[in-house]
Write a protein that binds this ligand. Structure first.
Ligand code: NOJ
Length: 754
């Protein structure tokens, strides 16, 4: 029956077939188009192309566009997508969580799931049904502007956290009013573009993709993530959007993905204009569809290009129908056809957005994400100083505090330019409210986070008020003056929106502007100095770290940052975050991720060691933990078993605290070079002062396999060293060697063979 697609009691596949049978070629290709822009522009697109998806529309703007779509012949609703990356940051007044890199430092899937659920709810009440998150690229080079959008450098951790975030977005049932479809991006290898330069080639082998970059996507898709976004860049010189092996052989054939693939912003057009891989948009559009991209984000000429290629027989009808079926499937699953409420913003918006429960979750997320990098014992501040000087460019800067993908950030151009001031607790606000009744708080900005002249590129100029780079009144001199009058100095330093995100890769990763000079001048006052870093990603802090008694990395902490940082400094809450991206000593050390492979000249440079300043997994606490008695349940294992790793952890200090217990494994001899260690499990525990807990971590033997240079997943029999401790640093790890007795080979699909 032609109208079967409207009948919610019919199975989804039947509804899809009925709808496909009723659609004209133009309506089918129209579903593959994603638009953006004003309602007027949407009206024209809908009229001409019957668009299937739309991005960055919310509220009444969204409702207007949806009404136009409903008025078309078949009334196929539009799926609206939004970059809600760490909270619904492009909506004015939303609850903004710490950025993804920050959140990863809590090593807490439960927390990520909660963040996802809350974000989904705030998104839904404003209209959209789809979020372009999680970001599953692996962090490799800190120069890359988007490194702060990742879960850091480890493939296993990123997979688990990404899966949890996806569970939060999608909930148990995608049709639920507050569930949104998630999007695994950017498929694939985008974190490893050459030299940290965004959107250049990822010069990675398929072996590297299979071992280091694809497993994160595989994990999140196994969790049920319904959409995938292709990367901007080329892999092996082929644009991700037209990469047949990635999109067909791996995603569809091997992983059996039946959601849909959306391109990133205009990647079809850019394959012509910027990558020079195709002669024209028609050719690129046809290649994208043949390779397995199914919805094109905003490329002009895509609609016409696909139709023309189809008519000429360059794309066959089965390919088009399969693509449209994948798009419609997600629309049906989300409930767009059946529940009018799911298509529009919801009336309960005011009660939900930025409600107290969401703010509380944001506060908890910040305290769990902050990482205490250094502490000579000054923290926590048990006795409050009479006068505290708060200085630095990020002490009272709501843009830096909220981070990328929030209003005021480069990519938020279309949104309202400023987040309401009263909905952002800056670090200065937080310190004032926590310490202000007992200590006098003085404030001077001192300097900017960058010089006005530092910015050569004007791509995505941020929305900060005009003149935000004007020299602050009194400059460094004023900061020094108030420091001299005070008993303690808290310097809040970091990067700015103009140094973060797309188009903002950096060639110098020291703190910008006059921040190093500010620290040197403060040091001369002889006053105790605490550094709070409000940064999007690791920086090189060799020139300033020696001046500080403690360094707390707060990342871009979002709406509740100030309250959380104050609670940590005061010791009301004990810091527990651990780094998920190594902090190099110098830019020349890049890349410096912990799972490096060995080489006999690789242990040092001429002028410095090859170890990072702060390794993956590092993070201090106000208490101390002692590890002992590492055991495994057996000495030898078969390929289908799991190792039960046990270790005793004692809180040897006087304060209760949380500890992230990390388990790494090394394949002692492998026929192809193996990393020196890889994270295979972790446990987050809470210990009262003096308490001991036996921690158990399960490591499946199958997780110790790898993809070899033939593209096969193999597990080699032999010895494996289990290492457990508080960070990836060798000196801190207990170790024990076990043996795997049976080898296993799992041949991948033919297309996957290298
Ligand atoms: C560009 C970014 O690369 C991607 O992450 C984002 O989701 C889309 N554009 C939509 O804004």
């Amino acid at each position: 029956m032609p109208d079967d697609y409207k009948n919610s009691s019919q199975p989804i596949e039947r509804r899809i077939s009925a709808l496909l049978a009723a659609m004209t070629p133009e309506e089918k290709v129209g579903q593959m188009v994603m638009g953006a822009g004003s309602p007027e522009c949407a009206r024209q697109l809908i009229h001409k192309n019957f668009i299937g998806g739309y991005l960055h529309a919310m509220g009444e703007h969204l409702a207007e566009i949806q009404r136009c779509a409903e008025a078309t012949r078949l009334g196929i609703p539009i799926l609206f997508g939004i970059d809600a990356i760490h909270g619904h940051g492009l909506w004015k007044g939303a609850t903004i969580f710490p950025t993804q890199l920050a959140l990863s430092c809590a090593w807490s899937p439960e927390m990520l799931e909660r963040v996802g659920r809350i974000t989904a709810k705030e998104v839904r009440v404003t209209g959209p049904q789809w979020v372009f998150s999680p970001q599953l690229d692996i962090g490799r080079d800190i120069r890359w502007g988007r490194l702060g959008e990742t879960f850091g450098e480890d493939v296993f951790l990123a997979g688990e956290l990404g899966a949890a975030l996806c569970r939060g977005y999608q909930g148990n049932d995608l049709r639920h009013l507050y569930s949104v479809a998630a999007c695994a991006k950017h498929f694939a290898g985008y974190g490893d573009t050459v030299g940290g330069r965004d959107s250049t080639d990822s010069e990675v082998s398929r072996k590297k993709l299979l071992n280091d970059y694809l497993p994160v996507f595989e994990r999140v898709l196994a969790e049920g993530c319904r959409t995938v976004m292709t990367g901007y860049q080329t892999v092996e010189g082929i644009p991700c959007t037209t990469h047949h092996w990635l999109l067909r052989d791996v995603l569809r054939e091997q992983w059996k993905f039946d959601g849909f693939v959306v391109t990133d912003w205009d990647t079809v057009g850019r394959a012509v204009r910027e990558q020079f891989v195709f002669q024209n948009v028609g050719e690129a559009s046809a290649a994208a569809i043949r390779a397995g991209s199914e919805m094109s984000m905003v490329t002009e000429g895509f609609f016409e290009g696909v139709l023309a290629a189809w008519r000429k027989g360059e794309i066959d009808t089965d390919t088009v129908d399969a693509a449209v079926a994948n798009l419609l499937r997600v629309k049906f699953e989300v409930g767009l056809f059946d529940d009018p409420k799911k298509r529009y913003p919801l009336p309960e918006r005011e009660e939900i957005v930025y409600c107290s429960a969401h703010r509380k979750a944001a506060f908890e997320a910040v305290v769990a994400s902050c990482v205490l990098l250094e502490n000579n014992g000054i923290l926590p501040l048990r006795t409050l100083p009479k006068k505290i000087a708060v200085v630095g460019p990020n002490a009272d800067d709501l843009f830096a505090q909220l981070g990328g993908w929030s209003i005021g950030a480069p990519q938020g151009e279309f949104a309202d330019p400023v987040q309401p001031r009263e909905r952002v607790v800056t670090i200065l606000d937080g310190l004032r409210s926590a310490f202000g009744s007992q200590s006098e708080i003085l404030y001077a900005k001192g300097c900017n986070a960058m010089h006005g002249t530092d910015k050569v590129a004007d791509f995505f100029l941020p929305h900060q008020p005009v003149g935000y780079l004007d020299e602050p009144e009194g400059g460094i001199g004023e900061a020094v003056r108030i420091a001299g009058e005070s008993d303690l100095v808290v310097a809040v330093l970091g990067d700015t929106q103009s140094q973060v995100g797309e188009g903002n890769d950096r060639s110098d990763m020291r703190l910008g502007g006059d921040q190093e000079a500010l620290v040197a001048a403060l040091q001369k006052t002889g006053k105790p100095l605490i550094l709070v870093l409000v940064v999007s990603k690791p920086h090189i802090i060799e020139n300033i770290r020696g001046a500080a008694s403690a360094i707390l990395c707060a990342w871009n902490p979002g709406s509740e940052g100030g309250h959380a940082v104050a609670a940590l400094l005061k010791g009301e809450i004990n810091p527990s975050g651990k780094l998920t991206q190594s902090w190099p000593r110098s830019l020349g050390q890049q890349p410096v991720h912990y799972d490096q492979k060995p080489g006999w000249h690789a242990t040092r440079f001429v002028s410095e060691c090859a170890e990072p300043r702060y390794p993956f997994g590092h993070g201090l606490s106000y208490t101390s933990f002692a590890y002992s008695d590492l055991q495994t349940d057996k000495e030898t294992y078969g390929a289908d078993e799991s190792i039960r790793v046990r270790v005793s952890v004692k809180n040897t200090g006087e304060t209760a605290g949380d500890e992230i217990v990390q388990c790494y494994v090394r394949d002692v001899v492998r026929s192809e070079l193996a990393p020196l260690k890889q994270l295979k499990g972790w446990a987050k525990i809470s210990l009262a002062a003096g308490e001991t807990q036996e921690v158990c971590i399960s490591v499946p033997i199958s997780s110790l396999g790898f993809y070899n240079c033939d593209g096969a997943r193999v597990l080699e029999a032999g010895e494996f060293t289990i290492m457990v401790g508080p960070s990836s640093e060798n000196g801190q790890l207990l170790s024990k060697t076990i043996a795997v007795t049976t080898a296993a080979t799992h041949k991948t699909t033919e297309g996957n063979t290298l």
